[in-house]
Write a protein that binds this ligand. Structure first.
Ligand code: ADP
Ligand code: MG
Length: 246
């Protein structure tokens, strides 16, 4: 089967720093893959290259077999890649459902000149997405007053508006309470199971990683030092040394 996402010898330097150093991996459809490693390991740099936010120094990114290296971010998400950000990107002054409608508008390539009547467009589609993330009851609230965990779920609904075959989530549970983290990851695992969406996520909470990932890649100093099942990673001596702390 063609991988959803493939990185081939991906490398990115910042001056003398090798943030990402010859990284290769493949992600299968419907796979829930965690990328872990200490701060500065190169995780976000990998994400930014996969999303077209950052040009690689060398190497390639393939989406469903197609070379997307150097594509602008907008073209990549239109090709089927959704992303949630470490900092939430919602329109605080708008209602919850309007945020999702905006995402639907952009997915359907409607121009922003339609914004004045966005409140009528894609309401049903937006409502269905809010129900998918368990926020149907909050549709009419203003995004500004949402609790942090709900904002993250709203952001996920907005990413799903693009019907992605791949979701990239950089620290999706950062700033959440432990209970909220597990709830968000259960939601993501459900989306993977129901829609067959492949997910690549970074996470510092090892309970979340080992509780939800099907496969784990470990980065250290720009390189992938281990790649395997949670069980294999837990038993990997090098991983314990550099990351899991004995
Ligand atoms: P992680 O997400 O694993 O914490 P990053 O990918 O953010 O790691 O960073 C990897 C390395 O690259 C770090 O040494 C970081 O300081 C450096 N780095 C990341 N982005 C930039 C940038 N825009 N300019 C210079 N150095 C950067
Ligand atoms: Mg990071």
């Amino acid at each position: 089967m063609t991988p959803v996402l493939e990185a081939r010898h991906l490398t990115r330097h910042f001056g003398a720093i090798r943030a990402v150093d010859d990284v290769s991996f493949a992600l299968a459809p419907g796979e829930l893959l965690a990328l872990i490693g200490p701060n500065g390991a190169g995780k976000s740099t990998c994400f930014n290259m996969a999303m077209g936010q950052l040009a690689p120094s060398s190497g390639q990114v393939l989406l469903e077999g197609r070379d997307i290296t150097g594509w602008p971010a907008r073209r990549i998400w239109r090709a089927g890649v959704g992303r949630t950000f470490q900092i939430t990107a919602t329109y605080a002054s708008m209602r919850v459902i309007e945020n999702v409608q905006m995402a639907c508008l952009s997915h359907h390539r409607r121009t922003f000149s339609l914004i004045p009547r966005a409140h009528r467009l894609y309401r049903d589609e937006a409502m269905a997405l809010l129900e998918t993330v368990g926020m149907g009851a909050q549709a009419e609230r203003h995004a500004a007053i949402l609790a942090y965990g709900d904002l993250k779920r709203l952001e996920l609904a907005m990413a799903l508006a693009h019907a992605p075959r791949l979701l990239l989530m950089d620290e999706p549970t950062a700033g959440m309470a432990p209970g909220e983290r597990a709830a968000l990851m259960e939601l993501v695992a459900g989306i993977v199971a129901e829609r067959g969406t492949a997910v690549l996520f970074t996470e510092h909470d090892m309970d979340v990683v080992f509780g939800h990932a099907q496969r784990i890649m470990v980065m250290n100093r720009g390189q992938i030092i281990a790649d395997g099942t949670p069980q294999a990673i837990r038993g990997d001596a090098r991983v314990r040394e550099v990351y899991l702390g004995g």
